[in-house]
Design a protein around this ligand. Structure first.
Ligand SMILES: Nc1ncnc2c1ncn2[C@@H]1O[C@H](COP(=O)(O)OP(=O)(O)OP(=O)(O)O)[C@@H](O)[C@H]1O
Ligand SMILES: [Mg+2]
Length: 255
């Protein structure tokens, strides 16, 4: 893959916790505009790898290039500003806020956040209206618009997953890392979530890198799958190629 085609390139990423090599020399490249999957047994290092890419966790070694820019020491906030979004395995939401308010926090560069503008509604009200409109349309495409007035702690686990997705999509990320977007979600909703992801890719050219244990749903939507085992990438390729590889069957699929 040429540098032009790749949105994310990892070289030799490693991270240990005490004696555990959670991530052990991972190199991979994600193609711009693709949907890529990351699968592997529990504890194989998938979430740690996402934490390193998004800047939540430090790496011991290796390099990360996002759209050709080295991210190595940038804060998660700066990475988000560059277009790198992520969701967490356990949704992180503002519990004192409604579904609509949570979604609106994902809008970028909000003028009302500045202490110089906050006391003067004229400076931020038009933008706030625009963001509310955008939030409603985002919630509608994920089918959570009817929940707009509910507090985020009153909704189901699956709805929290959708709310997290809705919020991060408001920032129009170029690359979105999703950590188990369908865990705890009803099967029909899991299909819908992946449908929305595919639609988002087409409409906004968003690239996705997705950790998922529900392989049937994942395989229907991804271009490439990476398989992780004991901190290493042991295989990558199209879903129909991956399922035939003996080392993947031994490490994960056969269990
Ligand atoms: N903050 C931490 N401190 C100590 N050990 C950690 C920490 N985070 C992860 N680990 C360890 O690193 C290894 C990889 O964990 P990680 O959460 O990345 O796996 P995973 O592939 O996401 O698993 P799962 O599918 O269960 O979510 C595990 O052995 C885990 O116990
Ligand atoms: Mg995990």
């Amino acid at each position: 893959m040429s540098d032009e085609d790749s949105i994310l390139a990892l070289e030799g990423i490693s991270r240990s916790f005490g004696g555990v090599r959670a991530v052990d020399g991972v190199s991979l490249s994600i193609k711009r505009g693709s949907i890529a999957g990351l699968i592997g047994p529990n504890g194989s290092g998938k979430s740690t790898l996402f934490n390193i890419i998004s800047g939540v966790e430090k790496k011991n070694s290796g390099s990360i290039a996002f759209q050709g820019v080295r991210l190595d020491n940038l804060s998660p906030h700066k990475r988000f500003a560059l277009g790198l979004g992520r969701t967490f395995q356990t949704p992180r939401l503002f519990t004192g806020m409604t579904v609509l308010e949570n979604t609106m926090t994902g809008g970028k560069g909000q003028k009302g956040e500045s202490p110089f503008n906050a006391p003067f509604p004229g400076r931020w009200e038009p933008q706030e209206m625009e963001i509310a409109k955008q939030a409603k349309s985002q919630m509608t495409s994920l089918e959570i618009e009817k929940l707009f007035g509910s507090h985020s702690n009153e909704i189901s686990g699956g709805q929290m997953k959708l709310l997290q997705l809705s919020t991060v999509l408001m920032g129009r990320p170029k690359l979105l890392l999703l950590d188990e977007p369908t865990a705890g979600v009803a099967p029909r909703l899991a299909q819908d979530i992946f449908q929305s992801i595919s639609q988002e890719r087409v409409e906004n050219a968003t690239t996705f890198f997705i950790i998922e244990h529900r392989l049937q749903v994942l395989f229907r939507h991804v271009d490439t799958v990476f398989v992780m085992h004991q901190g290493r990438i042991i295989a990558s390729g199209k879903p129909d190629e991956i399922v035939k590889k003996q080392n993947v069957i031994d490490a994960y699929l056969g269990s």
